[in-house]
Design a protein around this ligand. Structure first.
Ligand code: UTP
Length: 286
């Protein structure tokens, strides 16, 4: 079955980015000149996805406004003959068909994904975490979708992590199938270097079969009261195979202050309008 829908959970508090996220969504922080969440939306669209449900919460309505039409702004740009900008602005609201679903309480990523159950129905779907920015020759979700068509089972994106990474990410016990494809035998959330099965960490892109929803419903909340998606995947693993795909490209943890700055610098350096000037400026500092 074709992957045509995605869920983008954006209802968290963004505590790692306080105080900036006190009164504005983390997902709307600009990375160069686009909000964080637009990178995920564009990646989904470039991967063949046409329908996107964004999971939001109180205080996140600027995300809805952003992907909506802005008739006054469009009229203003037209009158001022700023036609390039006008096309860019119009393009944002035409990127995909959007649906917004409220998560009333931040009960964890697993719970946020469960909010998309009715919207998804009985088909496989993608999940993109907006605070992970992937800069890849082939969009990361497209790499995952192509691998899904091969294995026809839930599949999650993997990256190599260092010792620090074993404290931050879910780590899998892999059975290697081909250069980049692994069958997942087990996984632990944030095991630390001593308990980690491997250096393969779970990052923020997933393709799930719809059975994940039942698995989430059966998952008990963790000690902080949150339903973790890793625990639900582990439960699903008891009834069906799940794969991991080692993506090709670079990923930034833009939900973290340092990762966010790295993303801005790298992506800005690639921009023709100011990349060279920024490079010279950075050199002058170092
Ligand atoms: P994160 O843990 O990275 O985001 O969750 P967070 O909770 O907003 O930020 P920190 O960790 O406190 O700094 C990954 C994604 O899942 C969403 C977040 O909005 C983020 O995009 N999420 C998380 C939800 O939608 N609901 C939740 O209950 C938790």
């Amino acid at each position: 079955m074709r992957i045509r829908k995605a869920v983008i959970p954006a209802a968290g508090f963004g505590t790692r980015f306080l105080p900036a996220t006190k009164s504005q969504p983390k997902e709307m922080l600009p990375v160069v000149d686009k909000p964080l969440i637009q990178y995920g939306v564009e990646e989904a669209v470039q991967s063949g996805i046409e329908n996107i449900a964004i999971i939001i919460s109180r205080g996140k309505s600027s995300i809805e406004d952003y992907f909506d039409k802005s008739p006054e702004l469009e009229q203003f740009l037209k009158e001022k003959r700023k036609l390039d900008l006008l096309e860019e602005i119009k393009g944002i609201s035409n990127l995909a068909e959007f649906c917004y679903i409220r998560q009333k309480k931040a009960l964890g990523l697993g719970h946020a994904i469960l909010m998309g159950e009715d919207y998804i129905g009985q088909e496989p779907f993608a999940v993109l975490l907006p605070d992970d920015i992937f800069d890849c020759h082939i969009p990361c979700t497209k790499q995952l979708v192509d691998a899904y068509y091969e294995v026809k089972a839930s599949i999650i994106v993997l990256g190599r992590v260092d010792e620090e990474g074993t404290k931050k990410y879910g780590i899998i016990k892999p059975k290697q199938i081909s250069e980049r494809l692994f069958q997942i035998e087990d996984m632990i959330e944030k095991p630390g270097p001593d308990r980690a099965f491997s250096d393969l960490g779970i990052l923020g892109r997933y393709i799930f079969n719809p059975e994940i929803f039942e698995a989430i419903k059966k998952t008990s909340p963790d000690s902080r009261g949150e339903i973790q998606i890793t625990d639900a995947i582990r439960l699903l693993l008891e009834t069906q195979p799940i794969y991991g795909y080692l993506f090709e490209g670079k990923r930034y943890d833009a939900g973290d202050k340092l990762g966010f700055m790295e993303a801005i610098i790298d992506l800005a350096l690639k921009r023709a309008e100011f990349g060279q000037k920024l490079r010279e400026y950075l050199k002058s500092l170092l």
